[in-house]
Design a protein around this ligand. Structure first.
Ligand code: URP
Ligand code: ZN
Ligand code: ZN
Ligand code: ZN
Length: 467
């Protein structure tokens, strides 16, 4: 049986037009006005007055990630289901091998965990340490498993972070493979020094997490990652950009013609560091790295998004419950597991703050939400597009509906929402995943294990204008 979506307004990264969409066997087979049912048992969705968007692609999530002595609280099933409720139908998670674990062993472990996903998934591969196998295993990742991007952490010293000589090796190898290096940019040693200093002074509350990782720590590392990529001849993608200092480094490089791409997240666009002042350890819910920034940085991020210097908005979805997880750091901010939930909220927040509040147009929205992440990470046009031949991952979006975000009603498996009380305008009425309606009028109808692993293509980036 197929699905016929009638009379919706299709919005893409470049166009908008009213047409019908027909889906069969998991694919979009036609986009045109006046389409008819093909079979008696076809599902028909009347999308009059609604908008048709490609399913969202969240290029930065961590489901059931072993981290800081615990594990992120959404598994691949609950996390992808929350994504579907929020119009995200594809995730790119990170294989993060522990020290001593080889890349391909990490890959096998993540493939096993991800089997229960309800929607499609892909992986970036993190290089967290070096063995004599690392470089050949990077090759296997790209050639045999379609993992065409690598992740490096300049922070998290002594855990998953690497040193500059190792980052350089990843870049050098990646340049020969045509893959993309992505970087978590914070000066690892500066963070450790500041953490020690505050703890010595008896400053243990959540707000010192933010104060131990101030904006210059991110700005310096961003500039250094960009310089190293320039020297080694790589394109580079900076994850979760939060501050003006990092934006400045990115804009400087892009203006020179270097191929630098950047991502930010709704929490960095919409929250400021006053969240760390909440009483009763509630600030811990906002402990993530990099941290939420003081007022002013958000404007720099919005401007960079509008100008195209930041191309994607992901979530860095990495939830931890306040009770039983965040409270591990009750007496020491450095032990609070870093991360928060967000995959379900990206659509509503970005539409509301971006389109409704007039910061950018609908096409930019689609680009940030689905099309650019699909392109940059080698999933386009299978994902990120409403065109014949693409996977039938579609959001029927009601721009008139309203919602209030709350941990009481969200689908994240997490006891807090960092967006508690945020009012959003617009929400999905139907979300189609792989040709099946999996969310309808507020209710999920997902299938554990229905998601498929997505090997990715190598995306060819333009040559730098000047190196
Ligand atoms: O605090 C965060 N961001 N947790 C997830 C790991 C990372 O650095 O992305
Ligand atoms: Zn990170
Ligand atoms: Zn992350
Ligand atoms: Zn409506």
């Amino acid at each position: 049986m197929g699905i016929l979506i009638k009379n919706g307004e299709i919005i893409t990264a470049s166009d908008r037009f009213v047409a019908d969409v027909y889906c069969e066997e998991g694919r979009i087979s036609a986009v045109a006005p006046g389409l008819e049912k093909q079979r008696a048992d076809d599902t028909v969705i009347d999308a009059s007055g609604q908008i048709i968007l490609p399913g969202g692609v969240d290029a930065h999530v961590h489901m059931e990630l072993p981290f800081m002595g615990t594990e992120s609280s959404d598994d691949f099933e609950t996390g992808t289901a929350a994504g579907v409720a929020g119009g995200t139908t594809t995730i790119i998670d990170f294989v993060i091998p522990s020290r001593g674990q080889h890349l391909l062993d990490g890959y096998a472990m993540w493939m096993e965990k991800a089997k229960k996903s309800v929607s499609d998934y892909a992986f970036h591969m993190a290089v967290t340490w070096f063995s004599d196998r690392t470089l050949t295993e990077m090759e296997t990742c790209v050639r045999d498993h379609g993992i065409t991007s690598f992740k490096t952490f300049m922070a998290y010293r002594g855990a998953i972070g690497i040193e500059d000589p190792e980052l350089i090796q990843v870049m050098e190898k990646s340049a020969t493979l045509g893959s993309l290096v992505t970087v978590h940019a914070e000066h690892g040693d500066a963070v450790v020094a500041l953490q020690k200093k505050f703890l010595r002074e008896g400053k243990t509350e959540p707000k010192y997490h933010a104060m131990s990782r101030p904006a210059p720590v991110e700005g310096e590392a961003t500039a250094r990652a960009i310089m190293l990529a320039r020297m080694m001849g790589n394109p580079v993608y900076i994850v979760h950009v939060t501050c003006k200092e990092a934006v400045d480094a990115i804009v400087e490089a892009r203006t020179r013609g270097q191929v630098v791409m950047a991502e930010t997240c709704p929490q960095y666009l919409l929250l400021d560091d006053s969240v760390y002042e909440k009483p009763d350890f509630e600030g811990a819910a906002y402990v993530m790295s990099p941290p939420i920034r003081p007022k002013g940085h958000q404007d720099a991020l919005w401007a960079a998004v509008a100008a195209g210097h930041i191309q994607t908005v992901a979530t860095d979805h990495c939830p931890f419950n306040q009770v039983g997880q965040k409270d591990m750091g009750k007496d020491n901010f450095a032990r609070i597991p870093n991360g928060a939930a967000g995959i379900e909220n990206r659509l509503g927040l970005l539409w509301t703050a971006g389109v409704v509040e007039g910061r950018f147009d609908v096409h930019k929205f689609v680009d940030l939400f689905a099309t650019q992440p699909a392109k940059i990470f080698g999933l386009y046009p299978r994902k990120g597009a409403v065109v014949p031949g693409a996977d039938a991952d579609i959001v029927v979006f009601d721009p008139h509906a309203t919602d209030v975000i709350s941990a009481k009603t969200h689908h994240h498996r997490c006891d807090r929402s960092i967006f508690e009380g945020f009012q959003v305008k617009g929400k999905p009425s139907h979300v189609i995943v792989n040709g099946r309606v999996q969310f309808k009028e507020g209710k999920l109808d997902v299938q554990r294990g229905a998601g498929r692993y997505l090997p990715r293509q190598i995306h060819t980036f333009p040559k730098p204008v000047q190196s």
